[in-house]
Structures are given as structure tokens and as C-alpha cells.
Write a protein that binds this ligand. Structure first.
Ligand SMILES: Cc1cc2nc3c(=O)[nH]c(=O)nc-3n(C[C@H](O)[C@H](O)[C@H](O)COP(=O)(O)O)c2cc1C
Length: 318
């Protein structure tokens, strides 16, 4: 157990923020399978202060998800800090996380996301403004190691962020230009951990207990954040935890997968419009069913479904 600011973190297994994936239903499922901390998808600071309905819906969460972080991105210190205050006043999450890692051009060309890694002055201004606007809860950062391999800044940025009052840093061991290619370089996570006193959350390429253990042993990071390893595999948190405590849970049987799929679909339908739920169910089911016998046949059938009841029927017949 460790703390981020004054928040007790019971498990060192964090669900990474993922746009289009870590919505309320998926977060609830990961939480039920033991995720120690979950985050919203990144939300636009501009959208928040304009009170865009779709953006605000992305922030809604239930108490079951706590501790939860709302992740924001933006390029203007005033807008980002106003959005952080709006989030605190209206939603009261456990923490607010600033995204300095997104490599998507639509985000970086305006100076947001990982573009801040090219200009630590901007990073400093945004961070200081957010901390000043929301002194009540911890402000954290998630970032990549640098813009490109010639410009690695994670340790320098980490020291600066700690001085400004950031309470934890999640570091994805890739550069922005690397996108998801190659391997995450855990050396930078290790270096950051040796250089700051706040918790460091290691991120990148953890797919199972062995990876988790290797990352903790090698970098000495305080927690591990898992993204792609949780797609269609939310029990990864429980499975890793059980290896840590030598218990024997191991979810990988078809019955649990089917039960989780149906639970996920029901959560989607309770929380979103039918059309959106159908689209998201197709995406998640194709991840969940990967690797099972005849899965390509079922996945194809599911792709043709026009409503969730038909999907549930297919699942029940597998
Ligand atoms: C579909 C998808 C969406 C993502 N969206 C976000 C996001 O909104 N905010 C963020 O900080 N990182 C985002 N990421 C990056 C992940 O949080 C994580 O840093 C990255 O996937 C590396 O971790 P992994 O190897 O465990 O997947 C996203 C990644 C994926 C695959």
C-alpha cells in the first residue's frame, strides 16, 4: 500500500487511461477484477469549460470506481486550470491527471499532450496553474519519456514537476514519435524513480505477472499501469494479484469470459445510447473472444448484429 497525496492506494495495479476504451462500464469491470486505480479517457479542457455535453459525460463515474483520476489535456494554462477547477467543483474525483503523453497529431499540433515535452516552460505553466486552481486534491501527470530519442526529458521534467507540487508521475517508456513501435524503455522509469521522491507509476508493455514483476524489480516503481494488456482481458489485475499473493484465481475459461461480456454489454446499455452501446460492444467482444476456439466465426456473427440482444444470444450459444 502507498499513497498519492492523501489517497490510499491498496493495489499497485493501475488501469491506464485509454480513449475510446476506459469509459464507465470498462472501468467498473476492471475495478471488480482488482484494478487499484482507474482513470477516465483523456478529456479536452476546452470541451469542459464550454460544457460540451459529450465531454462532460466522459467524466461521470460511480463511487464503486474510487479511487479514480480524471485525465485532462490542453495547451492553454488558463483553460486547463479552469477545466480542472470545474471538474473538482462538479465531480470531485480523487485526483486530476494532466496528459503530457498523447502523440496524436490532432492533439499535439495545438501544443497539447506530448507536445509539452518539447517545451518544458509550457509544461511548467500548465502544471503550476492547475495545482494553483485545485489545491484540494492531488494533481498527477502521465507522460512519455520525450518527444523523440534525441530529446529525452522524463527525468528533468519529473524533477521539475515534483518541485511544482505534482503528487505522482506515470511514465510510459516510449517517445512521442515512437507511437507504439519498438519496446518501452524501462531504463527511464528506473532513472525517474531514482530522481524523485513522489510515487512513480511504470507503464509500457506489461501483459502478465512476469512483466509486472520484472518492471517492479528493475525500476523499483511504486505501481504498474496496464493499458493494452487489459483489452478483452480485465481479469489481468486479479490474475497478477493472485500470483503476488500465491492464490489461484486465474480467469481464462470461456464461462467467465461470456459472463463478463454480458455484464459489460449490460453496463454499456445502462449508460449509453443503444447505437453507441452496439458499436462499443462489438469492439470489446472482439477483444474478449480473441484466442478462443472458433472465435473468428463468433466475432464475425457479432459484427453483423444490429442490437445487443442478438449479441447476448450469440454469446449464450457459444
Ligand atoms: C486505444 C488507446 C487509447 C489511449 N488513450 C490514452 C489516453 O486517453 N490518455 C493517455 O494518457 N494515454 C492513452 N493511451 C496510452 C496508454 O495509456 C498507455 O500509456 C500505452 O498504451 C502504453 O501502455 P501499455 O503497453 O500497457 O498499453 C492510449 C492507448 C491506447 C492503446
Amino acid at each position: 500500500m502507498f499513497k498519492i497525496g492523501n489517497i490510499k492506494i491498496e493495489s499497485p495495479l493501475f488501469l491506464a487511461p485509454m480513449a475510446g476504451v476506459t469509459d464507465h462500464p470498462f472501468r467498473v469491470i476492471c475495478k471488480r477484477f482488482g484494478a487499484g486505480m482507474v482513470y477516465t479517457e483523456f478529456v479536452s479542457a476546452d470541451g469542459i469549460i464550454r460544457e460540451n455535453e459529450k465531454t462532460l459525460n466522459m467524466i461521470k463515474f460511480s463511487d464503486e470506481e474510487r479511487p479514480i483520476g480524471v485525465q485532462i489535456f490542453g495547451d492553454d494554462p488558463e483553460v486547463v486550470s479552469k477545466s480542472a477547477k470545474y471538474i473538482y467543483d462538479n465531480f470531485k474525483p480523487d485526483l486530476i491527471d494532466i496528459n503530457y503523453g498523447c502523440p496524436v497529431p490532432k492533439v499535439t499540433k495545438k501544443g497539447a499532450g506530448s507536445a509539452a515535452l518539447k517545451d518544458l516552460c509550457i509544461m511548467e505553466d500548465i502544471t503550476a496553474a492547475v495545482i494553483d486552481a485545485v489545491p484540494q486534491i492531488p494533481i498527477t501527470v502521465k507522460m512519455r519519456v520525450g518527444w523523440d530519442s534525441e530529446n529525452i526529458v522524463s527525468t528533468k521534467a519529473g524533477i521539475l514537476l515534483e518541485k511544482l507540487g505534482i503528487k505522482a508521475i506515470a511514465l510510459h517508456g516510449r517517445t512521442s514519435t515512437q507511437l507504439y513501435k519498438g519496446k518501452a524503455n524501462w531504463d527511464y522509469i528506473k532513472e525517474l524513480k531514482e530522481s524523485v521522491n513522489i510515487p512513480v507509476i511504470g507503464n509500457g508493455d506489461v501483459l502478465n505477472y512476469t512483466d509486472f514483476n520484472n518492471m517492479i524489480e528493475y525500476t523499483k516503481c511504486d505501481a504498474v499501469m496496464i493499458g493494452r494488456g487489459a483489452l478483452g482481458n480485465p481479469w489481468i489485475f486479479r490474475n497478477i494479484q493472485d500470483e503476488i499473493f500465491s492464490e489461484d484465481y486465474k480467469v481464462n475459461n470461456l464461462d467467465t469470459v461470456k459472463k463478463t461480456c454480458i455484464e459489460h454489454i449490460k453496463l454499456l446499455i445502462e449508460n449509453k445510447a443503444e447505437k453507441v452501446s452496439v458499436g462499443l460492444s462489438k469492439k470489446h467482444l472482439s477483444w474478449y473472444l480473441k484466442g478462443f476456439k472458433n472465435s473468428s466465426i463468433y466475432r464475425k456473427e457479432i459484427m453483423y448484429c444490429e442490437n445487443v440482444n442478438d449479441m447476448i444470444k450469440i454469446l449464450k450459444n457459444i
